[in-house]
Design a protein around this ligand. Sequence first.
Ligand SMILES: Cc1ncc(COP(=O)(O)O)c(C=O)c1O
Length: 389
Amino acid sequence: MSGLPPFDFETVSTEWLRTKPGAKWHRAPDAIAAWVADMDFLPAPAISNALTGAIAAGDLGYPDWRSIIGDSPATDAFVARCASRYGWHIAAADTREFNDVVQVIQVLLHTCTSPGDGVVVHTPSYPPFLHSVAASKLRLVPVPAERAAGSAARWEFDYDALDATLLAEPARVLLLCHPHNPTGHVFGDAELRRIAELAERHDLLIISDEIHADLTFPSLVHRPVALFAPDRTVTIHAASKAFNLAGLRYAIAHFGSQGAKKAVADLPAHMLGATNVMAAVAAEAAWRDGDEWLTAVVAHLDRQRTLLSSLLAQHLPDIVYTPPAATYLAWLDCRALLLGDDPSAHFLESGVRLSEGPNFGSEGNGFARLNFATSSTILGEIVQRMATP
Ligand SMILES: Cc1ncc(COP(=O)(O)O)c(C=O)c1O
């Protein structure tokens, strides 16, 4: 921690958290909230200062951007960050701003597929992926996560089996969650190369949701899949997970696939709305000035994921926990506890609200997702309560 400003992630109190009007704590009035993917921390000072500065400047009218549809200064900050942080060199002209990440996914599925087309998804899956596929009347082609043989420490996916499936039943899209929610799996170079090869061989559009990229724990690094399949990928980013800004509603997409770019550009100009000035101010501040805070929060979350291992070993040793390689979400295998398909119902009675495993698809049966982006004291209380019969 030496050299970093003393950002405080340890003194959050449940009393303060309960005063917050947001969904996470408000919808868990009698429990400790460890469900939806918001962190319990104040935003980075660089972001709060930029937002209050924008209000003090007194102009919340139409912005003087190149295009109100989405071309704010956050775009330039994003393009610069992709080069410096990921070694990924992109042009602003291939990006477009949106209101949120799931909107981009739904728009792409709507414009680039026909009902009945197959969509490859690593499962268990972030629930809105499943809802978006169903809402567009598409066919889910699951790639199930398996724990690496003889080890609870890593998740694996069987790409030979996927190859065979796609030969028998072609698909149109590979919808990637990179890093993966809920397992926290980080796709490494060899795996991304394999995914790119499969996309080429089976002519798939890759839609890559990289919203959790900046929450990758050292010593791994995030590598955009677009580095491996530049012409057939649409990459979606937002500052909202890593910088805790989900309520501001902002996302940005990079179109490596020119076909997808045209399909979206051909929609009526005002159908998708415009970028919120405050959201753009926050995203720009996060990407230009937020890295010290980000490094500190990732270091705190890294300690929390390790602390969770020891707390579970001590109080709930029958839960199988593979610490995530990215994100603050722990995917807990509770099947040995024999609590049925939805163990979160039991833990809610013990005073902790977790995310329901079955919402992540049938492979989530017997699982629950725990959000550990809080203080070590609150995490301790979460596990203590969960262990209370
Ligand atoms: C993988 C993933 N994508 C998207 C989102 C939500 O993004 P947005 O609110 O911008 O749609 C989340 C939120 O938890 C997420 O985990």
